[in-house]
Write a protein that binds this ligand. Structure first.
Ligand SMILES: [Zn+2]
Length: 82
């Protein structure tokens, strides 16, 4: 039933997991204007989803309120050392 490969415990895997725990996920939304096609990235906001219309925001280029979310992506980043 279970043919999953068993990975032997290697010390370096533990190190990678520790590093991942320290990383923070930064999410971004790519918004695109339907009128002029201008794209921009902004930090993900609660409630964002792909193809959501952003009627309360205006395009930076043509100033029309005709923009929508074209893409959402995330990046893992190491927080800056203090
Ligand atoms: Zn535009």
């Amino acid at each position: 039933m279970s043919d999953e490969p068993q990975f032997p415990p290697i010390p370096s895997i533990g190190e990678i997991l520790d590093r991942k725990k320290q990383m923070v996920e930064a999410k971004f939304s790519v918004v695109k204007c339907k009128s002029c096609g201008a794209k921009k990235e902004r930090p993900f906001q609660e409630g964002d989803y792909v193809f959501k219309k952003l009627s309360e925001e205006n395009c930076d280029s043509c100033k029309k309120a005709d923009i929508f979310i074209a893409e959402i992506f995330s990046e893992w980043k190491m927080p800056g050392k203090k």
